[in-house]
Ligand binder design. Structure first.
Ligand SMILES: [Zn+2]
Ligand SMILES: [Zn+2]
Length: 331
């Protein structure tokens, strides 16, 4: 992630070697097309395993400490179904967020032939990522963990061991929502269970010994409270990002690079796929985004002052350049 990029004017006519992809660092896991997306980052994998472990711990305490020993059959069945359904949806959303390509830009496409095929006009520029040798579309950013440029990158989340971008933001939002919901549900059940145990004999309210029961419940209470706060804040931030059509990175860069934004309704539909339906809450349905044209957002106008400054050239200079001469900026 480059929040304060340095840019230099480059001219492929002057420096043809600049665009040779073989000069870039080779990808850490090239993988043939069609293979599953998975980031091999030790920290991210550890965080993802911890996430699963914490959900399974909550599952164990809810089932074996609270619901199964309970003598209220209806209470146990209803809460068991609701909790397990939410936990299943949370873990499914986690998998989808982790294993979905967040919108990676093709690596090494910054070749002379490809840029020439874009047929740039005077005053138009393309931005090149020097780290993955790709032509960066508008709103794409390089992630140093994924080692790729990601379309509409919001941030890299170690908890899902992936970037949150154009293609997997829905799954990430659902993940935070379902984790917040199971945390709230677990907290309510722990509260009821404590009340029930204080009224009854502690030896009868769980199949475990009273000290073990109390420790397991208090640990669950802490876990649920921590995750409820964390995921609620994250959920709110993500929904705000979608509604304002502004990613986390763009929020940080707002003053530097002001830009037009689409309406909230349209950006929500883009992120979740179509009109409001139950599918919005289903982690197994893909947001039905239209096929992205390969050159969408690649060519940009060098109209902003910052662009012109960074290009170290003036409009008149640009206009007098040969038509075949192309401006490629580092970003
Ligand atoms: Zn990149
Ligand atoms: Zn990333």
């Amino acid at each position: 992630m480059m929040l304060t990029p340095t840019r230099h004017s480059r001219d492929i006519e002057r420096k043809p070697e600049y665009l040779q992809p073989e000069k870039c660092a080779p990808p850490p896991f090239p993988g043939p097309a069609g293979t599953m997306w998975f980031i091999r980052d030790g920290c991210g994998i550890a965080c993802a395993i911890v996430t699963w472990f914490l959900v399974l711990y909550a599952e164990f305490v809810v089932l074996f400490v609270m619901l199964i020993p309970s003598r209220d059959y209806v209470y146990s069945v209803i809460n068991g179904i609701v909790f397990n359904l939410l936990a299943f949806l949370a873990l499914a959303s986690h998998c989808r967020a982790m294993l979905t390509d967040p919108g990676a830009v093709p690596k090494g496409n910054a070749t002379k032939e490809f840029i020439e095929s874009l047929q740039l006009k005077p005053g138009q520029v393309v931005y090149k990522c020097p780290k993955c040798c790709s032509i960066k579309p508008d709103r794409a950013h390089h992630c140093s963990v994924c080692k790729r440029c990601i379309r509409k990158m919001d941030h890299h989340c170690p908890w899902v061991n992936n970037c949150v971008g154009e293609n997997n933001q829905k799954y990430f939002v659902l993940f935070t929502m379902y984790i917040a919901l199971i945390s709230l549900h677990a907290l309510i059940m722990v509260g009821f269970h404590f009340l029930h145990c204080f009224e009854e004999d502690w030896t009868k309210c769980s199949s475990f010994s009273p000290p073990t029961t109390v420790i397991l419940l208090i640990l669950l209470c802490f876990e649920a409270l921590l995750f409820l706060i964390f995921t609620s804040v994250m959920f709110g931030t993500q929904v705000h990002s979608i509604c304002t059509d502004e990613t986390g990175i763009e929020r940080l860069q707002r003053k530097k690079q002001p830009r037009e934004r689409t309406g909230s309704c349209k950006s929500v539909q883009e992120a979740f796929g179509g009109d409001f339906s139950l599918n919005w809450f289903n982690p197994f349905t893909r947001p039905c985004q239209p096929e992205i044209p390969i050159d969408k957002g690649l060519v940009r106008q060098a109209s902003s002052l910052s662009d012109m400054d960074n290009m170290e050239t003036t409009e008149s200079q640009l206009e007098t350049k040969d038509r075949d001469s192309v401006e490629v900026l580092d970003e």
